[in-house]
Design a protein around this ligand. Sequence first.
Ligand SMILES: O=C(O)c1ccc(O)c(O)c1
Ligand SMILES: [Mg+2]
Length: 625
Amino acid sequence: MKTAIATVSISGTLAEKLDAIADAGFDGIEIFEQDFITDAGSAKDVGNRIRDKGLEISLFQPFRDFEGLPADLRAKAFDRAERKFDLMQDLGAELILVCSSVHPKALGGIDRAADDLRELGERAAARGLRIGYEALAWGRHVNDHRDAWEIVRRADHANVGIILDSFHTLGRGLDPESIRRIPGDRIFFVQMADAPKIDMDLLYWSRHFRNMPGEGDLPVTDFMRAVLAAGYAGPVSLEIFNDQFRGGSARTIAKDGYRSLITLLDDVRRAEPEIDVHLPPIPARQHVDGTAFVEFTTRGAEGDELKAQLSALGFAETGRHLAKAITLWQQGDIRLVLNEEKSDFAGSAFNMHGTSVCDIGLSVSSAADTMARAAALGSRSFEQVPAVGQLDIPAIRGLGGSVLHFLDRGHADVWETEFGANATGPIGAGLQVVDHIAQTMTYDEMLSWSLFYGSLFEMTKAPMVDVVDPDGLVRSQALGTEDGAFRITLNGAETHRTLAGSFLASSFGAPVQHIALTTDDIFATAEQLFVSGFNALPMPDNYYQDLIARFDIDPARLAEMKRFQILYDADEDGAFFQLYSQPTQNGFFFEIVQRNGYLGYGAPNAPFRIAAQKRLGRQKGVPSN
Ligand SMILES: O=C(O)c1ccc(O)c(O)c1
Ligand SMILES: [Mg+2]
C-alpha cells in the first residue's frame, strides 16, 4: 500500500515539509494549493523538487465550490478548473480533489451535480487527468459519502471517482460499512484522520482538532477495513488539520503520522486477515510483563543523596557491575540501576540533566519481535558497544532521545551475568514491583508519546484528566496493559510555573518525574520507612479533615494515615493508598502505592500533593518548586 500525507498536516515551509515527509518514509504527498502558492518556485520547479525527494504527488487539492452552480457561475467554474489543470500538468499531478460545494448559490440535485462532474471528467480526460469527488461533512447539498457516491455513479465517467475521508464519514456518525458496496476501482483516493470526541461545530472540529489515526476516538480501523474490503488499492493518506501540529516540529509530526498509518494498516490486517494490505508482515503489539529495571545516571554528591534515599526506602545494593561503575539496587521485584559512568550514554545524559532516569528496561513477550515492530514503525535502534561481560540487550531510541531496553521473559540471567545478583531482591520495606512510571512533557508532546507506547505495546488509554496545580493546569494521560503489569502516566505541562513545567524546564526530552512502587501493606511499609529515616512529603491537616468528610474511614485508620502522611482515594473498583517521598534537588520523587482493586492514579489527590511539594520547596528555598 502506498502511503501519503497532505502538506497541510505539517508545519514549516514547503521545503521543510518535504524533508520531514520524505525522511519519515512516506511515498507521496497531497499538495495543498496554498503550499504551492506560498512557494517562490514555478510549478515545474516545485514538481521536480518533490520528485527529487523521492516523493510522488498523489493528489492536488482542494478545488472548491464547483458543482451545482447556475449557468453564469457554472461557466466560470469550468474556466477556473482549466487553469488548475494547467497547473497540475506543470506540477506533474494527475488527480484533483473536488470537495462538495458550500457556495450559497449552489443548487441541489444529484443529476445536476453528476452532469457537472461528467463534463469536468471529459475535460480532465483530454489532458490525462482525473477527478476525485469528496463530500465535506458540512457541504451545502452533499455532505454524506453515500450521496457523493451516487453522484459519481451517475456521472459514469472513467475519469471521475470518489474520494473518501474518514473524518467526514465518522465525524457525522455515518456507518462506514456502506463503503464496502462501492467498487474499489471507483474509489480514487482515501484520506485518513481521527479526532477526539468533542461536541462542536463540524467545520471547526475538522479544521482544528483532527489528529492521527489512533490518537482520537473515531472508529478509524472500521473505516479502513471497509475501504480495503471494497478492493481499494490506491494510496492511503493522512489529511490532518490540527492547530498544535501546524505549530509543532515537522519531523515529529511526520514520524508520528507514519507510525500511525502503518499501525492502522497492520490493525486492519489483524482484524480482517483476508485483506491484503500490501505491507511486509510485522510482529503484533507486544505484551509488557513488567518493568525489568529503571536506570539512573548519577554521580558524586547527587549519587550519595540518591543512594541514601534508596536505603531509606528499603533498597539494598545487591551487585556491582563486573566492568563498569554501575551498581544494582534491589527490593522485591524492583531493580534500580545506578550508573556512574562518565562515558557512554549515561555519562552524556548526566552532563545534560544531572541525576535522572536515563533508561528503562521492559520485560516483553519477545525482545526480537519488539525490535522488529519498532523498526517497522520508524524507531531507530540504540546501540552502544558492550563492555567485557556486558550483555548486548536490544534497545531503541524512544521519543526525545530516551532509551528503552527490551528483555525477554525470564531474563534472570542478566542480573547473574552482569552483577552476580539474583533476579529478586531482599524483602526490605515490602516494596514489590514498579506500579507506574510518570513522565513529564509539554502538552504538545502528549499525543506523540501516547501513540508511541500504544502502537508498540498492548496498552489502552484511560480518559485524560486535568490536574490543578496552584499555578496552572497539568493534563494527565495514563496508559496501561490490561493486567496492570506496565503503566505509564504522561503529564503535559502548559506553563513553566506548574511543578511539572518547572521540572521540565530544568530537564531535557520527556523526563521521568516520579516512579511509583507497590506494597501490599502500606501501613507496615510506612512503619519501617519511618524507622529507617525516610522523609515523607508532609500533608496538611486540612487534607485529613476533608477525607473524613468524603469517606467513611475508621478514626484509628485515619490517625495512622495522618501519622505517616498517607493519602487515600476510593471509587467503585476499590481503595487506593499513596505515600510520597520528598523530592530530590532536581524535583524527582518516589511514590509508594497500595491498590485494593483500584485502577486509577489518585487524581483527586494530585492538587494537594502538588501544593504540598511546592510548599516544601518554598520552605527549603527552592525557587518555583
Ligand atoms: O476543510 C476543508 O475545507 C477541507 C478541504 C479539503 C478536504 O479534503 C477536507 O477534508 C476538508
Ligand atoms: Mg478531506
